[in-house]
Design a protein around this ligand. Structure first.
Ligand SMILES: [Fe+2]
Ligand SMILES: [Fe+2]
Length: 193
C-alpha cells in the first residue's frame, strides 16, 4: 500500500461506508427514515398531510363539476374535469405513499379536511364559474406547492422531487382551465349576440 494515501481517506462528502452500514442497522423500525434524514420530520409530515388534503378536496370538487357539467350537456368539459379528478387522485396516492415511507400516517379523515387543505371546495354554477373556481384552486396549489418545495430544500430530496413533479402537473391543470375559460367564455358571448 502506498503510505502516502491513508486507507481511511474520506472524500469531501462521502461518509465512511462502515459508518453508513452501522447507522442503517440502528432504528431499523423507522424504515426509509435514517439518522441522516435532514428534514424536521414532524413538520414535513404535517406539510405533506396538508398537500394530501388539498389533493382530496380537488378530487371531490372536480368530481362534482364532472357530474354537473355532464348534466348540462358539456361533454368535452365534463371529460376534462374527470381527467383532472383522476390525476388529483394519483397525486393523493403518491403523497400518502410517501407519508408512510416517512413512518407517518396519511390523514384521510373528512373531519377538518377543508381546514388542512390549501384549496377550497366551491361548487360553482354555471359552467364558467366551475372552471373559474378550478383555475383558482390550481393557482392556490401551484403557489403552496412551490412553497413546500422551497421548504423541503435539500433536506428531503425524495419528497421534494415528488412535489416538483406534482407541481408541474398542477401548472398544466391551471393552463387547461385558463384555455377552457377563454373558449367557453367566447362561446357564451357569441350565443348572447
Ligand atoms: Fe393535484
Ligand atoms: Fe390540479
Amino acid at each position: 500500500m502506498n503510505p502516502a494515501i491513508p486507507s481511511q481517506k474520506k472524500g469531501p462528502f462521502l461518509t465512511d461506508i462502515e459508518e453508513i452500514r452501522r447507522r442503517a442497522r440502528e432504528h431499523i423500525e423507522t424504515g426509509a427514515v435514517t439518522l441522516d434524514y435532514k428534514g424536521d420530520l414532524k413538520t414535513v409530515l404535517r406539510v405533506l398531510n396538508e398537500a394530501l388534503a388539498t389533493e382530496l378536496v380537488c378530487v371531490l370538487r372536480y368530481k362534482r363539476h364532472h357530474y354537473m357539467a355532464k348534466g348540462i350537456h358539456s361533454q368535452a368539459v365534463a371529460e376534462e374535469f374527470l381527467q383532472h379528478a383522476n390525476e388529483e387522485q394519483g397525486h393523493a396516492d403518491q403523497i400518502a405513499e410517501r407519508i408512510t415511507q416517512l413512518d407517518g400516517a396519511p390523514n384521510f379523515s373528512p373531519q377538518g379536511m377543508l381546514t388542512r387543505s390549501h384549496s377550497e371546495y366551491v361548487e360553482g354554477e354555471p359552467l364558467l364559474d366551475m372552471i373559474r373556481e378550478d383555475l383558482v384552486a390550481e393557482r392556490v396549489a401551484v403557489e403552496s406547492y412551490s412553497e413546500i418545495i422551497r421548504y423541503l430544500g435539500d433536506n428531503d430530496p425524495t419528497s421534494k422531487r415528488m412535489m416538483e413533479a406534482i407541481l408541474a402537473n398542477e401548472e398544466e391543470h391551471a393552463d387547461d382551465m385558463k384555455t377552457l375559460l377563454e373558449t367557453i367564455g367566447q362561446e357564451e358571448k357569441q350565443r348572447e349576440r
